[in-house]
Design a protein around this ligand. Structure first.
Ligand SMILES: CC(C)(COP(=O)(O)OP(=O)(O)OC[C@H]1O[C@@H](n2cnc3c(N)ncnc32)[C@H](O)[C@@H]1OP(=O)(O)O)[C@@H](O)C(=O)NCCC(=O)NCCS
Length: 144
């Protein structure tokens, strides 16, 4: 059974060595660590027994909550963990009482876009060549 918990630095220590290989190459470990330490951020982990199989985080801005990342361990994908993480992120965000939760996603990332659309996020904008000066980003948003 998968349990969702708050992510702490101990969790980070367990996954940092193989973060990019096992999860995603989007972030270097140092970036995740500073995100975790930021007072405006909230991170959660998905655990299968004691193994970390996914994590996700938000950052709270004055007018908005932004999803910074949502990642499932590569070998555990397509089993519903992404949906569990996003569901919890939305539940936590709703209680913070902002009007919107938003995110940026690579327009080629059809898997993530499909996940977000299932939870009621809508495409509201576009950032040209946002990723590595090559790929466009789509901005998606959900109103509470
Ligand atoms: C996006 C991601 C978190 C989804 O995690 P997951 O645990 O595999 O997701 P789930 O099993 O809960 O699937 C959720 C939905 O995503 C979509 N999805 C997942 N895998 C898919 C695939 N191979 N092809 C198409 N859609 C897919 C489907 O809409 C699926 O819903 P369904 O099961 O009802 O069809 C995962 O692919 C990942 O970690 N990707 C790399 C990091 C990333 O790109 N994060 C988003 C940053 S903006």
């Amino acid at each position: 059974m998968i349990k969702i918990k708050k992510m702490n630095l101990e969790d980070f220590e367990k996954i940092k060595e193989n973060l990019q290989k096992d999860f995603d190459d989007f972030w270097k470990p140092s970036i995740l660590k500073s995100e975790l330490e930021s007072k405006d951020s909230i991170y959660i982990v998905a655990k299968k027994d004691e193994e970390i199989v996914g994590f996700a985080g938000i950052k709270v801005f004055p007018d908005d909550i932004e999803i910074m990342n949502i990642v499932t361990k590569k070998i555990e994908r397509k089993k519903g963990i992404g949906k569990l993480l996003l569901d919890k992120i939305i539940e936590i965000s709703r209680k913070i009482e902002k009007e919107y939760i938003s995110l940026e996603v690579n327009e080629k990332n059809i898997i993530a876009i499909s996940l977000y659309e299932k939870f009621g996020f809508e495409k509201i904008g576009f950032r040209k060549k946002y990723y590595n000066g090559i790929d466009n980003a789509i901005i998606m948003r959900k109103k509470f």
